[in-house]
Design a protein around this ligand. Structure first.
Ligand SMILES: Nc1ncnc2c1ncn2[C@@H]1O[C@H](COP(=O)(O)OP(=O)(O)OP(=O)(O)O)[C@@H](O)[C@H]1O
Ligand SMILES: [Mg+2]
Length: 142
């Protein structure tokens, strides 16, 4: 028997947690990360992604062979935030990922049914709050 609450949807009265999944150009990452951190949203996951949007592949010559490239490299950002922070985080991405050219990327927003900090077992929106590591030594293992 476990005293832990089951993993499941937050009660209606709690602030829901959302995930922002954004596909961006590599060169936009640093500015987006810096701006979000300045707004108190320093946490994100970044993954190298290959994808295609609406455009047909473009043709290039590689080692003498003409080939059509359908998959372009992008970065995928995954950012879990309080519902109340979604709009300002999206605004940052819209401003700093935008060049106006095709391929600027896409943003998708999901409901998260539970968020858990492994170190403490805390659950819910509290795990998204930035903290000063409670006096722990600042190093990359934290
Ligand atoms: N519908 C989709 N589902 C999943 N991933 C997508 C989708 N659309 C785009 N992506 C991801 O976003 C990346 C960038 O897409 P892209 O910006 O080219 O979208 P687009 O719809 O073609 O818009 P644009 O006209 O600005 O090029 C893709 O390489 C892919 O990784
Ligand atoms: Mg495109």
């Amino acid at each position: 028997m476990s005293a832990r609450p089951p993993v499941g949807p937050f009660p209606q009265e709690e602030t829901p947690v959302k995930k922002i999944e954004a596909y961006i150009r590599h060169e936009a990452l640093e500015a987006i990360h810096d701006r979000l951190a300045a707004l108190g949203l320093p946490s994100m996951s970044v993954t190298e992604a290959k994808g295609s949007g609406r455009q047909k592949g473009f043709t290039e010559t590689y080692r003498g062979a003409r080939s059509t490239i359908f998959l372009r490299p992008k970065l995928k950002l995954e950012i879990a935030v309080d519902d109340g922070d979604v709009e300002r985080a999206v605004d940052v991405i819209l401003e700093l990922a935008h060049t106006g050219a095709p391929g600027d990327g896409k943003i998708f927003i999901y409901d998260i049914v539970e968020a858990i900090r492994v170190r403490t077992g805390e659950r819910g929106p509290v795990v998204l709050e930035s903290h000063e590591d409670d006096g722990l030594r600042a190093d990359f293992s934290l």
